[in-house]
Write a protein of this length. Structure first.
Length: 547
């Protein structure tokens, strides 16, 4: 038996497009049931293996490995099973291969029927999955046959049915003609998946406008409501989400080109397009056009609406055979009773006051809906803002926790003073001008530090006595002061610097801006005055006393 050719033949039966995996599973189940029927043991465990590469097919009857056998047709003892396979354990299955040639005619017929049933179920599920997502969508089909009560339309993967009620009255259908239809219903029945299509449904008009009008397809213009009597008239209310786009003009198109395409597809059916309004009075006035409406009021029972028109507009508002009024009722969803002014005057009721009262009530309802919608939007924005803040706070806390872990990992010993403090202190010291200390005071006063924008360039390793004294008055930990040089060493250092300057046969000139020059000159003047006034010998005695 060539299994590979058999599977390929089954997969191509009537171009059903059933997957190979489904065919293989159906064949396994069919052979399993056929073998059970052959051995007359319905509870038997049967396994079917199919090698798709070599085309080999094998049937195995499985026996459960148990300690004590109760049914020798379903079970086998552990000791007997290990004689054939030493690796078997309790709970495993011992497989015994059976010949497929042993299947009789009855078993073969059963296998055939099971296989056909499984393929039919797979086909039905495939069609259902294909078209259930296309419900209410427009598709192009070809007329397969025209019957008295229905038309069979070929959709490509299945045949759909279009009942008489779903056809446009007066439209002629011919075999082989292509038509646009909308899928209205998809069911999964016993005999197969059933797909119903229609050309009289209002959704067909909506899909045609979506195809022809880009603004509708993009969502700028929305079809709010639509009512249709196939072959006669369609009323459609449209709304624009942008103030600069005219919804009616977008649907009509340049010189009516867009709406004419839809009318031609529907067999010259009349289409009324008007603007949607949240105000019920305004919507009814637009829906009953071209009739002129005086006003709208509620019935005494408050179960419907009464539309008042002039006497000469009554027949126009009702329409031919009540068509205009019926479409307005379907579109607005309100029960409407159209009456003339004369009829309302004879009723001896204050219909004008009732009309104004209803108009105010409608406006109040609109304002309430708008306020509710605005509150919902604000609540949504607040919720989004709170969620964003919560996410940021969680991120900040996670980052702080991560930084904390890094600090604990890095700084195991006692921390030392930070370089930043040292830099601040150094800058402050360098910016401190020299001051003369009164002779009468035994201890110097704390020096007030005043920062300047550009400190003087000085040697980093030189620290004056006043600077050291200022540093001693600060609580911040600082570097130890360098060892004080004697007066003799200081004079030798100055002589060495003078000799070095004499030996140079060139001079390095530094370029400064005008502001820098002025600042340097000012500082030099201050330093000169200070040097002239300070007598360091008197302070040497002070330091000796301190030591």
């Amino acid at each position: 038996m060539n299994v590979k050719e058999f599977i390929a033949a089954l997969a191509g039966i009537e171009d059903r497009k059933v997957s190979k995996e489904i065919v293989v599973e159906a064949l396994k189940e069919a052979l399993s049931k056929a073998y059970k029927k052959q051995i007359e043991i319905p509870d038997a465990l049967v396994k079917v293996d199919i090698d798709e590469k070599t085309g080999e097919l094998a049937i195995y009857q499985q026996y459960a490995v148990v300690e004590e056998v109760e049914d020798d047709e379903l079970e086998i003892s552990l000791s007997d099973a290990r004689r054939f396979n030493p690796d078997l354990q309790l709970g495993d299955f011992y497989d015994v291969r059976k010949s497929i040639d042993e299947l009789g005619r009855a078993a073969a017929i059963l296998a055939k029927n099971v296989l056909k049933q499984k393929i039919r179920e797979a086909e039905k599920q495939s069609v259902y999955d294909e078209y259930i997502d296309k419900k209410d969508e427009m598709v192009i089909g070809m007329i397969e046959s025209v019957e008295e009560k229905f038309i069979v339309v070929n959709l490509g993967k299945t045949l759909a049915m279009m009942p008489k009620a779903a056809q446009i009255p007066g439209e002629v259908y011919r075999d082989g003609a292509k038509i646009r239809v909308v899928i209205t219903e998809v069911t999964k029945e016993t005999k197969g998946a059933q797909v119903l299509v229609s050309r009289a449904d209002a959704k067909l008009v909506k899909r045609l406008f979506e195809k022809e009008v880009p603004e509708i397809f993009q969502g700028i213009v929305e079809i709010k409501a639509i009512a249709r009597e196939a072959g006669e008239r369609t009323k459609m209310a449209v709304f624009s989400k942008r103030a600069d786009v005219d919804p009616i003009g977008a649907c009509i198109g340049p010189r009516g080109s867009r709406v004419q395409v839809v009318i031609g597809e529907l067999g010259n059916e009349k289409i009324d397009i008007f603007e949607w309004s949240e105000n019920t009075v305004e919507l009814i006035r637009n829906a009953l056009a071209p009739a002129a409406i005086i006003g709208v009021l509620q019935t005494p029972e408050r179960k419907g609406l009464i539309v008042v028109v002039e006497d000469n507009q009554l027949s126009l508002a009702i329409g031919k055979k009540g068509k205009n009024a019926r479409l307005a009722v379907r579109l607005t969803g309100q029960r409407i009773d159209i009456k003339s002014r004369t009829e309302m005057d004879k009723a001896e009721i204050d219909w004008v006051g009732a009309m104004n009262e209803y108009a105010l009530e409608v406006q109040a309802q609109i304002a309430e809906r708008q306020a509710k919608k605005l509150e919902e939007e604000r609540a949504k924005q607040r919720a989004e803002a709170e969620a964003l803040l919560a996410a940021r706070e969680a991120s900040r806390m996670a980052e702080a926790e991560l930084n904390k872990d890094d600090e604990e990992t890095t700084f195991d010993e006692e921390p030392v003073s930070t370089p930043v403090a040292k830099v601040e202190e150094t800058v402050a010291v360098e910016e401190t001008p020299k001051a003369v200390k009164p002779k009468a005071e035994p201890k110097p006063e704390p020096v007030v530090v005043k920062k300047v924008k550009k400190p003087l360039e000085r040697r980093a390793d030189y620290v004056s006595k006043f600077e050291a004294l200022a540093d001693a008055s600060k609580p911040v930990e600082t570097k130890p002061l360098p060892k004080k040089k004697s007066k003799k060493e200081e004079e030798e250092r100055k002589l060495r610097a003078a000799d070095l300057r004499k030996d140079k046969d060139y001079e390095i000139k530094v370029e400064y801006t005008e502001e820098e020059l002025a600042e340097i000159e000012k500082q030099n003047q201050v330093e000169t005055v200070v040097e002239d006034e300070i007598d360091y010998d008197q302070f040497d005695e002070y330091y000796e006393d301190e030591e």
